[in-house]
Design a protein around this ligand. Structure first.
Ligand code: NOJ
Length: 499
């Protein structure tokens, strides 16, 4: 089952945010043993792979995206032996394992940075006598002054100093880190801030600009992101990935100004895939979905790699809340899972979890909350497993809303209409139906609020974003919600039809 080198082209990859997924040792924070204990659940769900957000040694200034040791597991998540056991058990069930690589910055607790603070070997980071005007993505200046007067660059929190990728030692270190995890059997990497690392020569000012300097998916380019030199790094990495058997892959988290720029990260000599955030940012309307789908497929064709689709992750409000209702979220999901290419799911979306909007401020942990007043904690609330008492957690690191007892995996297990069973049915059909997974699509004529997509052989997908039910041809294989008595597809609903 794990033999196919091209597995990633149409894979369904399930993102595990380790702190919030499942807690085996009962300390209120999820761990790798917790993930291992839920592999049966993930196999039943029908995912092809899991992507683990960072579980490395970290002071957790940014939920683990501040790595102090790239070759070890943080004690709150377990040990390297737990990681090896997780990979072995996942592989035994036919589930691949993708890990997160964070190359743009380390933790300020990384031995290299500690050494730099002592005034030695500052060449592995970006130290200057004077700061420029760059802003941190989390708000405030991107520079912090050290005790001896020099400044260091951090595009994210001050606890996340940017590494100096002009230094060959940094490059060699990351090539070695890649090999370390490949040797342990990982099937791929999600590259954090893949558009970062290389900065424009001389670190030029951005200049006056209203609003935040670097807007995600903004049109303007800034001198610290998406610099041409970053592609050299990926051209160094690709042969390493290719030298391992079994189809080891890498997917870029790159927020760049256009799908054309994004496509440059993908190809036979760079990375295998890039997240398609435009789809995640699309409004719940037939027209905006169609525009993004067309654009994404065109770009993917240019580089000869299938596109990816994503609706939720640990950085954005969950799509139940973004799109305004559970019905819409389920409809968007059935649309996504019917598109050609691979799909990324975020833990808890299969339970239809909404964003938690009313977390007490003092419990929020996101560094962006402290610096910019915006918090991503609401999509990181632990997963409710059981319906009674503690919902499967003892003293979870963020409180789980008591009403989530009705959304728990246990509560949804035997309800045929539950969101969990919708995801299971969709992933089962995706595996068995010859029209789903890879391939192409054709648009069918439809009213302006309706998307109608034909996939060969014999599948039509209809999404209704209007306010009237629409009549459809064919036998309904799966629908995101109840159909009208005459079989019509109601508003905020997607149906998969056999034709
Ligand atoms: C992107 C990650 O998804 C996000 O969670 C993190 O804060 C930044 N990169 C910095 O590593």
């Amino acid at each position: 089952m794990l033999g196919n080198d091209d597995w990633w082209r149409d894979a369904v990859v399930y993102q595990v945010y380790p702190r919030s997924f499942a807690d085996a040792d009962g300390d209120g924070v999820g761990d790798l043993e917790g993930v291992r204990g839920r592999l049966g659940y993930l196999a039943d769900l029908g995912v092809d792979a899991i992507w683990l957000s960072p579980f490395y040694t970290s002071p957790m200034a940014d939920g683990g995206y501040d790595v102090a040791d790239y070759r070890d597991v943080d004690p709150i998540f377990g040990t390297l032996a737990d990681f090896d056991a997780l990979v072995a058990d996942a592989h035994a069930r036919g589930i691949r394992v993708v890990v997160d690589l964070v190359p743009n910055h380390s933790s300020d607790q990384h031995p290299w940075f500690q050494q730099a603070l002592r005034g030695e070997r500052r060449d592995r980071y970006v130290f200057r006598d004077r700061p420029n005007d760059w802003e941190s993505i989390f708000g405030g200046p991107a520079w912090t002054r050290t005790a001896d007067g020099q400044w260091y660059l951090h595009l994210f929190a001050p606890e996340q100093p940017d590494l100096n990728w002009e230094n060959p030692e940094v490059r060699a270190e990351f090539r070695d880190i890649l090999r370390f995890w490949l040797d342990r059997g990982v099937d791929g990497f999600r590259i954090d801030v893949a558009h970062g690392m290389i900065k424009a020569d001389g670190l030029p000012d951005v200049g006056q600009k209203e609003g935040p300097q670097a807007e995600m998916l903004g049109d303007e380019r800034v001198p610290y992101f998406d610099q041409d030199g970053v592609h050299e790094i990926y051209r160094e990495w690709r042969p390493i990935l290719d030298s391992y058997p079994g189809g080891r892959m890498a997917v870029a988290e790159a927020w760049v100004s256009s799908p054309e720029r994004l496509a440059r990260y993908v190809g036979p000599d760079e990375l295998h895939q890039a997240f398609n955030f435009e789809f995640m940012m699309a409004d719940f309307h037939a027209k905006s979905f169609r525009t993004v789908i067309d654009k994404s497929l065109r770009e993917a064709e240019l580089v000869g790699a299938p596109t990816t689709w994503v609706l939720s992750n640990h950085d954005k409000p969950r799509h139940v809340t973004r799109h305004g209702s559970l019905a819409r979220a389920r409809a968007a999901t059935l649309l996504m899972l019917a598109l050609p290419g691979s799909a990324y799911l975020y833990n808890g979306e299969e339970l239809g979890l909404p964003e938690v909007l009313d977390l007490p401020d003092e419990l929020r942990q996101d560094p962006a909350w402290l610096r910019r007043g915006e918090s991503r904690d609401g999509c990181r609330v632990p997963i409710p497993w059981t319906s009674s008492g503690d919902l499967g957690w003892r003293d979870p690191w963020l409180p789980i809303p008591p009403e989530w007892s009705a959304l728990s995996a246990e509560a949804q297990e035997h309800d045929p209409a539950s969101t969990l069973n919708l995801y299971r049915a969709a992933l089962r059909l995706r595996r068995s139906h010859p029209a789903l997974g890879g391939g192409t699509l054709r648009w069918l004529d439809s009213p302006k609020d309706v998307l109608a997509i034909e996939r060969d052989p014999g599948l039509v997908v209809v999404l209704n974003t209007g306010d009237q039910a629409v009549k459809v041809p064919g036998e309904v294989l799966l629908a995101s919600g109840p159909l009208a008595d005459d079989g019509a597809v109601p508003p905020d609903t997607t149906a998969w039809l056999q034709t």
